[in-house]
Ligand binder design. Structure first.
Ligand SMILES: NC(=O)CC(=O)C(=O)O
Length: 298
């Protein structure tokens, strides 16, 4: 067995900002800024990374996405987040916002990550749109106004290592996390700003976050809006950090809250040494999965 690479190079201190967002964009931005500063001030360790939830500057509503959409990188929210990251010397995953692409007039659900100089180091457009219809539960169709992105996203948090990023429904498709975790990408975490709801959250939120961690022996970080029963979409809450064993190491409740976690560089190596699935994969059996694998006859 060859040496196990260390995808996370040093301890990483992270805070997840679980807040709700209403119709007033300026108020949403200031609410988040106040809590990012609170997290920086209150954290017992110097924060390296702050993560915001899906659609943190707007209501999570198909009919509102276009009204709130901004261009990236010159739009108000991107500039706002870049300035915070730079001033406070943090990596900042800017949840997601509705993005207007002026080249095709389409709207995307997009997450942008900034480095401590305020520079954009990662951008992901939600690839799998949330189109569901659960009888007696929730009906939602993002594709009425949104277009899906067409790429998996992996980028470097300089000094720490690489991460993959997906948005909410993307977590249900294990391939994005596999792409991020496998060589040559070798990410130490998948980060998902996500707004599950009171139907699908209790069913699958914890399971999916834990599954992506166990499948790939990486950390998963899922950051939700807080639940607001006066809004049109009832987010599940329960922002989580899951370790590479699949253990939940930090969890919020349903309301507005900041949760903190410390990611341990040695844990991924330890898990991979103990349960060496990375070296036991049988690509000879399942390398056809995209085209339809051949299965054995009796
Ligand atoms: N809101 C989403 O994109 C996904 C979700 O709520 C779910 O998968 O459940």
């Amino acid at each position: 067995m060859s040496a196990i690479a260390a995808p996370l190079k040093k301890t990483l201190n992270v805070a997840l900002i679980q807040l709700s967002a209403g119709f007033d964009k300026a108020k949403n931005l200031n609410h988040f800024k106040t809590h990012i500063l609170k997290a920086i001030g209150e954290s017992k360790n110097k924060l390296d990374l702050v993560v915001l939830p899906e659609c943190f500057n707007s209501p999570y509503s198909v009919s509102e996405f276009r009204n709130y959409a901004e261009t990236i990188p010159d739009g108000e929210t991107t500039q706002f987040l870049s300035a915070i990251a730079k001033e406070h010397q943090i990596f900042l995953v800017g949840g997601s916002i509705p993005e207007l692409d002026k080249t095709n007039d389409k709207i995307y659900n997009t997450s942008v990550t900034f480095d401590p100089q305020g520079k954009i180091v990662g951008k992901h457009r939600k690839a799998h749109l949330f189109d569901i219809d659960i009888k007696g539960g929730i009906t939602f169709k993002e594709s009425i106004t949104l277009t899906g992105g067409d790429k998996a996203t992996v980028y470097d948090l300089d000094g720490f290592g690489k991460v993959g990023l997906g948005i909410c429904y993307d977590i249900r498709f294990p391939e994005l996390a596999q792409i991020a975790a496998r060589s040559p990408n070798d990410s130490f975490a998948m980060i998902y700003p996500g707004a599950f709801n009171t139907t699908t959250g209790p069913l699958h939120w914890h399971l999916l976050a834990r599954a992506r961690a166990i499948d790939n022996q990486i950390y998963t970080i899922v950051c939700s809006p807080a639940r607001d029963l006066n809004s049109g979409y009832h987010a599940y809450g329960h922002s989580l950090v899951v370790d590479p064993y699949g253990k939940i190491i930090a969890e919020a409740g349903e309301g507005e809250e900041i949760v903190y976690a410390q990611l341990d560089p040695e844990l991924i190596t330890k898990v991979r040494q103990g349960i060496p699935i990375n070296y036991q994969r049988r690509f000879d059996i399942y390398n056809n999965v995209v085209d339809g694998a051949t299965v054995s006859d009796v």
